[in-house]
Design a protein around this ligand. Structure first.
Ligand code: HEM
Length: 509
């Protein structure tokens, strides 16, 4: 039986914890939930949900196994029509319901309460989940967007989700084992593309969006750059599994090769990431961002949201965020960076984010984390200068991702708004630097332990360059974050502590 993972507001309310500056490397280790065992050392990856739409594989990686279902059956045409008319600017160029502030009223009047209890087709369930989460987020956040367009504040969202959205959304969420709220993989980003030419690869120029809030090119670019990055994650997943097998078999040449393949996969992915600047401009980000905010740790929903016909208790859920992407957590877990994250409330938020993704991704990441700890990936790498160099190069790709990403955050968000929390509910000035700082610490420590005289000559220059860069970046980041935090005050660093055991939180049984 599958039970939904609902994050309800705990009776005690939220405690607020402050973390300032860039976290240092002390104290460590507590963050890892991995418990190494002999069995875990040799255990191959067995997919526990092979029939799920999101099933990790060597070809599709973290994308769905089949392209998303773009067109709903005719019986859902009212919802389809509402979603088409909803965009800030419609396909014909005229203002849509969200632009005029008429979306909520149209949903109240037109949307039937679909009975989804008998729907069992996986593809249809995924498409219904995507579309219902778009309706739900637009409904809840429409007032915030109107307010933001007036005075750059968000005010309050709608605090109740009416039953014609809440009941079917909850039904479909239960069936696919997810929360009843918009998610990065299952709705906004990775289940929201169609190929222009189905015979050609999932590359940016061959992609169209299925749903959007704004109808603007910037939202199109924002979503589809994510998709075209994740298109390259199959090679990354395969190389990661080979690295684990190589350590278990004590096969150093195979390990070194797998690490190089991990590096080249991330290089490709990071290369596509760089295209974000041109495909989705920083100036356009605020025009659609409001609609991907969550209901947890956001001032627009101080008491959570009541789902009519579902529960009398309010729900709080994190918003859509790339933090729910699986490529960086895969590297964090494989290279045992997760275990080196500082023990603090920010790292707890990282753990919480990792529960907002398809259950198959969760299982895969957990497997990699446990097995990497069991076989000792980091220790194996550090035993040999060349392996340590390849390991360092792999961690350097995680750094490159997070460093570019922090630059995105500065240019797309920090320079544009003073709102202190990101769409996923993390504090804007402390959360990302927490992880970037930890990666730089891991690199500096690794670099310091490498014996240059034992390195192959062609690796010496690479190791030296990586070491110099990570040292300099840690210094710059620490200064930059301290300055920003002093200017903005503590709100941008505050963490709403993660509810450890929300009332209705349950594992899949
Ligand atoms: C305009 C571009 C982007 C902006 C402004 C942006 C912004 C953010 C912000 C503010 C967070 C903090 C978490 C939260 O939402 O509360 C975050 C997290 C994250 N985002 Fe993005 N993002 C962008 C593009 C991307 C892309 C293309 C990816 C690729 C998959 C991505 C992956 C991630 C990841 C992995 C995290 C977690 C970071 C960590 O573990 O340290 N983001 N993003």
């Amino acid at each position: 039986m599958i039970r939904t993972r609902l994050a309800r507001v705990p009776a005690t309310g939220l405690s607020r914890v402050h973390v300032r500056g860039v976290a240092t490397s002390l104290p460590r280790r507590l963050a890892s939930e991995a418990s190494p065992s002999v069995a875990a050392k040799v255990q191959p990856w067995v997919n526990p949900f092979p029939n799920d739409t999101f099933s990790v594989g060597p070809n599709n990686g973290f994308l769905p196994t089949k392209d998303p279902l773009a067109v709903l059956p005719k019986e859902y045409e009212v919802m389809d029509d509402l979603l088409e008319r909803m965009r800030l600017v419609k396909k014909d160029g005229t203002p849509g319901l969200l632009a005029t502030g008429d979306f909520g009223a149209a949903v109240d009047k037109e949307l039937p309460e679909y009975d989804l209890t008998k729907v069992n087709d996986g593809e249809l369930l995924s498409a219904l989940y995507r579309d219902l989460t778009f309706v739900a987020s637009a409904y809840l956040l429409e007032p915030c967007d109107i307010q933001y367009r007036k005075d750059k504040t968000y005010g309050l969202g709608r605090q109740t989700l009416p039953r014609n959205i809440a009941v079917p959304l909850n039904q479909v969420a239960e069936k696919i084992g997810q929360r009843p709220f918009m998610e990065y993989a299952l709705s906004y980003a990775l289940y929201n593309y169609k190929r222009v030419d189905p015979t050609k690869p999932i590359d940016y120029d061959n992609l169209e969006l299925i749903r959007g809030f704004s109808g603007y090119d910037d939202e199109h670019g924002f979503i589809l750059v994510h998709v075209s990055m994740v298109h390259h994650s199959g090679k990354l997943a395969s190389a990661s599994l080979r690295a684990l097998d190589a350590v278990a078999a004590n096969d150093r040449p195979a390990f070194n090769q797998a690490m190089q393949d991990v590096v080249s996969s991330y290089q490709t992915i990071n290369g596509v990431m760089e295209t974000m600047w041109g495909r989705s401009k920083p100036e356009g980000y605020m025009s659609y961002r409001t609609f991907i905010m969550g209901t947890k740790a956001q001032p627009m929903f101080p008491g959570g949201v009541i789902y009519e016909g579902v529960s009398d208790e309010p729900f709080k859920m994190r918003g859509e965020s790339g933090a729910n992407d699986s490529m960086v957590p895969l590297g964090d877990n494989l290279l045992e960076i997760t275990a080196q994250m500082p023990v603090n409330p920010l790292t707890e938020v990282l753990r919480d984010f990792r529960t907002y993704r398809p259950r198959n991704h969760q299982a895969f990441l957990e497997y990699v984390e446990k097995r990497a700890a069991a076989v000792g990936v980091r220790e194996f790498a550090l035993e040999n200068a060349n392996s340590a160099a390849y390991y360092l190069a792999a961690v350097d790709q995680i750094r490159a991702f997070r460093h570019r990403h922090w630059n995105f955050t500065m240019h797309y968000i920090v320079t544009k708004t003073k709102h202190p929390v990101a769409t996923g509910g993390s504090p804007i000035l402390s959360w990302l630097p927490n992880q970037l700082g930890a990666v730089l610490d891991v690199m500096n420590e690794t670099h310091a332990g490498i014996k240059y005289d034992e390195l192959d000559p062609q690796l010496q220059v690479m190791v030296e360059e990586i070491g110099l860069r990570s040292e300099a970046q840690k210094r710059v980041l620490t200064r930059q974050v301290a300055k920003l935090q002093a200017e903005r005050g503590e709100d941008s660093t505050v963490v709403d502590a993660v509810e450890k055991k929300p009332v209705n939180e349950s594992a899949y049984a």
